[in-house]
Design a protein. Structure first.
Length: 109
């Protein structure tokens, strides 16, 4: 799997990554505190959701474009912000359909 583009919004934490496009080789470079780790954690969350159907997302939106075996794909997700009453009633959420492909511990950016 090769990631071509990525956009991520965490409305609960008020953190947003505008749509970013990736080349064949990419580095995340910057001083401490500019969100390099946060970007990797956002990509990791997308992979976790794609491979596990028991996730509760709260105010998270993303759009990821990728290629796999010569085919191009785009996956967009939008979740609502939940209040505490809804979170206590909801045990989990289920993602229906075919899971995206994420293998190993690393992404090829």
């Amino acid at each position: 799997m090769k990631i071509k583009s990525f956009r991520f919004d965490d409305h609960k934490e008020n953190w947003h990554l505008k749509e970013t496009f990736f080349d064949d080789f990419n580095l995340l470079v910057g001083v401490s505190g500019v969100a390099k780790t946060k970007i990797i954690q956002a990509l990791d969350l997308v992979c976790d959701v794609a491979t596990d159907n028991d996730y509760r997302l709260d105010g998270i939106d993303w759009k990821i474009g990728f290629t796999h075996l010569g085919q191009e794909y785009e996956w967009e997700l939008k979740s609502a912000l939940m209040n505490e009453d809804v979170l206590q009633e909801s045990k989990s959420s289920e993602i229906l359909g075919s899971p995206a492909i994420c293998s190993g511990d690393y992404f090829k950016l």
